[in-house]
Write a protein that binds this ligand. Sequence first.
Ligand code: PLP
Length: 230
Amino acid sequence: MIPENLERIREEIVHSAAKAGRSPKDIKLVAVSKRFPVDIILKAFHAGQRLFGENYIQEVTHKREELPPEAKFHFIGHLQSNKAKVAAQSCAMIETVDRLKLAKILNTYLGKSEKKLQILVQVNIGNEPQKSGVLPEDTEELLTQLQVLANLDVRGLMTMPPFETNPELSRPHFSRLRQLLERLKSKGFFKTQENPELSMGMSNDFKVAIEEGATIVRVGTAIFGNRPPL
Ligand SMILES: *Cc1c(COP(=O)(O)O)cnc(C)c1O
């Protein structure tokens, strides 16, 4: 079932990209494997999936040991400062940097290695008090502060908009994140990249997110089914 789900989602990505006049090559699928055991993740790996999303560092370190080295992980959960070092070691990208303190810790740790760490800045696009992410109006200030942290490679923005059952209701949030990215780009941020990343869209709304410019979609349930409880 997992190979068929992946195949269907890849087709839907191609279709949504075409609808928006975009190339499907500009869209990366992160298979959100949080809470699923290694044997399940391997089914996706054997169906060609290489990029996985996790929200607990302990799970990443464990799964990295068990899976082939070609499997790469994006961290998509709230990252505590005391887990930053392990996250920098074990993840290909941290999608959820939302405060200077965390960025500084990541940068300091990496200063001792050769590696440059890819990160995204997580934006709380719906201004929800209970959610992580920098507020849209504070994003430029945070990006300015990140510019001096030489070991961080800031690739773009990520968001998790307010939950909606109707994906059309997420569209204005996706559109606002794209506009924010474009505004920041015109101010000189993300200079080294032709297409800075926009990580937005999950199982129920990734098609709308692609129409609105997503370059990374994070899909869990539609690939793996309902997650086992914590
Ligand atoms: C769990 C999670 C997802 C995947 O959600 P699904 O609805 O299962 O596709 C995507 N992004 C983040 C940040 C998540 O925590």
